[in-house]
Design a protein around this ligand. Sequence first.
Ligand SMILES: Cc1cc2nc3c(=O)[nH]c(=O)nc-3n(C[C@H](O)[C@H](O)[C@H](O)COP(=O)(O)OP(=O)(O)OC[C@H]3O[C@@H](n4cnc5c(N)ncnc54)[C@H](O)[C@@H]3O)c2cc1C
Length: 478
Amino acid sequence: MASSDLTSIVWLRDDLRLDDNPALAAAVDLGLPLTVVYILDEDSEGVRPLGSASRWWLHHSLASLASSLEASGSRLLLQRGPAEPILKDLAAATNAGHLFWNRRYGLPERTVDAAVKAWAGENGIEALSYQANLLFEPWTIRTGAGGPYKVFTPFWRACLASGDVRDPLSAPPQLPPPPAGKTGSGPAGDALETWRLFPSSPDWSGGLAKTWEPGEEGARQRLEDFLEGSAQDYGTGRNIPGVEGTSRLSPHLRFGEVSPFRVWREIRGRFPREVPADVGIFRSELGWREFCWHLLYTNPDLATRNFRPEFDRFEWEKPGKDELAAWQQGRTGYPFVDAGMRQLWQTGWMHNRVRMAAASFLVKNLLADWRTGEAWFWDTLVDADAASNPANWQWVAGSGADASPYYRIFNPVTQSKKFDAAGNYLRQYIPELAGLEAKAIHEPWKAADGLHGYPRPLVDLPGSRERALAAYQKLKDS
Ligand SMILES: Cc1cc2nc3c(=O)[nH]c(=O)nc-3n(C[C@H](O)[C@H](O)[C@H](O)COP(=O)(O)OP(=O)(O)OC[C@H]3O[C@@H](n4cnc5c(N)ncnc54)[C@H](O)[C@@H]3O)c2cc1C
């Protein structure tokens, strides 16, 4: 083919959107025939395969993206396997002269990207990458001494002082058509259904489908509903699991269906003079997301290694199969923990307040290694995130950056009484307890008329707390 027949490729990854997609916008500006490809890469070295709930989400997100691309005159090419050889073949098949993508921050992914970039350079292909999924790229935020931050507050202060957050780009109204190729039809891709990303026997995804609308439109709607509704009471509402007081944007952010730049801009647009304090708290939660990625960037094995190496000496107990199953299935006998774990199973999401209590119960009351819980959340959360999940688990365990102090052990009964006083959340997820009054529901084992099939407490709270404190003290003294 002549050089005038050159085409472009946009390689989409964790940025399944048309809006504020700098890689896509740059390719549109260039105007050459365009291949938009998504590669399901679970084969490149070190890449963590997606969990089951994430696979369900990905299926629907890709389906939604494919329709948007078609409506804009393009199409989504699906390929599966190690990204580097696939891209090489694709570039050859389409006579690509330009390759665009938005940056990723995990080490295995960066390694793949660097290899592709090097290969492109050697072969006369221009490979350009863009900032799209983090407001502040990890290497740009440094302490006075030049190192990475380990504590959130100064990290976030440094981010905010580092300059304005850029405005998001609009979705291109029209995309260049895909290249015709030698056969006139362009390279063939996989049919999404053949990837079998959703569960079949049994299909446990009914609750997920009822709860979520994966894709850009679902993300846009969530953001708008949140900013119009609970955002202004976020400071209080975010702690009450029985109400929809948080944005529920996490899976949309995880898959890049909405850009953090768009979220930031919508807040500024709605509150041009001054961002209300409650909305400011919400913005700093976005800051926690940035912080987790900052941590992962400098600690690539955050999901497998203690951030604080002294925790390598910590004496975790291996939970019995039944104990672990009771936690996973929401049968610990502590309603706050169980409601959370059942919410997770049914909807693929759990309220943050309850995540903290459920995680604390596993690592402190059962003294299980945080990696056990991290793996379960990785499999079951629709927002399972390579940075936020391990960073938060390590925060709860005390082994992480800016971690919760070791003596902080969430008491699931106190948490329940404080944050779900009327028991609405508990009743929603634990039908066995639906008949109990607010006074009795937090400690059902004390109820005069029995437990209605709900289990008795798996462990004694004061005893397991003492055991955890002793184990943590031993580590401190060693
Ligand atoms: C043990 C444990 C595991 C977690 N695993 C994940 C995970 O895999 N993926 C994930 O996105 N969040 C995780 N979180 C953080 C938090 O629970 C969720 O981000 C939040 O519940 C998502 O709901 P939301 O979108 O309504 O949040 P909102 O309160 O509306 O917050 C807005 C956004 O800020 C970010 N955010 C909020 N809190 C945190 C936080 N503590 N850490 C990092 N980012 C945050 C999320 O992107 C979230 O969508 C975990 C927390 C705990 C305690």
